[in-house]
Design a protein around this ligand. Sequence first.
Ligand code: HEM
Length: 455
Amino acid sequence: MSVTEAPAPPTHSGAEPEHEGGLPAASLVDGVRFVVGGLLPTLVRGLFSPRRRATRWLTAVNADRRAVRMMSGIRRKHGGQGVRLLGGRMAVVWGPDAIREVLDRSADVYASDSGAKGKGMSHFQPDALTLSRGEEWRDRRAFTESVLATQERLHPFAARFVTVAADEVGRLRSDGALDWPRWERMFDHLTLRVVFGDRARDDHELTELLEKLMGEANRIVGLSDSDDYHELHAMLERHLVDPEPGSLVARFAAAPQTDRTRVVHQIPHWIFATRDTLGANAYRALAAIVADPAVERRVRDELDGADLADPSAVDALRYLEGCLEEAMRLWPTTPLLARETTRETTLAGERLGEGTQVMILNPFNHRDAERVPDADRLVAERWADGRRDYRFNHLSNGTQDCPGGPLVLLLGKAVIARVLERHALELEHPQLTAGEPLPHMLDFFRIRFRTEARR
Ligand code: HEM
């Protein structure tokens, strides 16, 4: 995606800290508070496959709100672009300039292939783009961008993709209720059809196997080579033999690749990111829209007369797009961007040794009420100018930003628009009061709607 720079963020309303720059060293107590309140919840929730019971519990204790308070306290004490913790072994950054420094040098000076993410993800996709750096990363990124058409707002197969979205929404079993299992199943079909084509629609064995491996990867320690891994990769290879026209795998032949691209290893990420990550985000966006009659009215006004079979018309749904972006900002499905320095470097003017862990905690940066206007409200217009803002990293920014971004917006909008077209919806759970600040956590497993066919 093209990266245009956002203007400097508004400064917060209270007194400025003593030093806007730099990464002051924080105390051991602050280090422990960050590990317990910032890192631990992301591990408990499940780094790769969200755990249902843990999500429920974290929502009940409002873990993200606690994290925002904890981080605000640390920043108030130290100021700066972030702080160094645990004797300089770790840094957590919140200043947009420091975040930009990290993300613009990602996969080079700042690698995302180490730590818990590297260990866990290697269980199901050891040679994935997101676990690559340097030359290998450039090679795999070029391949991925070509298949996903990252630089285009509309994918060359966009017309087919919006048809698939319409068809799957049309088949959504709805007897007056819409819940997560039905929604997840719909995204399962949709993902298989987008990635492999219509004939793979019912290949749930593949997605279930991937889900199983991702669930195991949540453990991070004690992972061993398994038959499931080899079985999954054999299944993926079979889908490459005779690629169905109009699917993502049909674009492989024309995409730049070498023998270190490891094309099969790139597919699992696309599957879980479409099925699970986009599924959860689109479902939350639908809840946030339906919960507020004023927002729903504006979305429906925009849909009025739009030809949803035309991908350009779906692309033009900018208010709905703002709603989806806001849902992703408000409840980021990637709460933590973790990097490790590959060599000695400077960040915010401070020296960082090789192997320093650098953390960007999205729930704090996205809900930072001292710096983000209306941080706890859905303000779709925030995204109207299409500019990047390095404080908001639900799709990340910089070199290693999400190459699926345009596909996320197209598919997400196409699905939500079709659901609203076909159904009148009422949010049954949880209770969200229109006009009130939105909660810090929205457990997508438990979102439920009452529905009625519109025609
Ligand atoms: C709402 C849905 C999605 C969200 C919120 C999302 C978010 C993200 C984020 C935050 C990153 C950066 C992760 C990090 O650096 O640790 C990322 C990377 C990535 N995403 Fe997405 N993503 C979504 C959907 C997709 C889709 C649909 C695809 C492909 C079909 C995709 C493919 C990728 C890949 C391959 C990377 C690694 C990029 C690299 O390392 O250069 N994502 N995504």
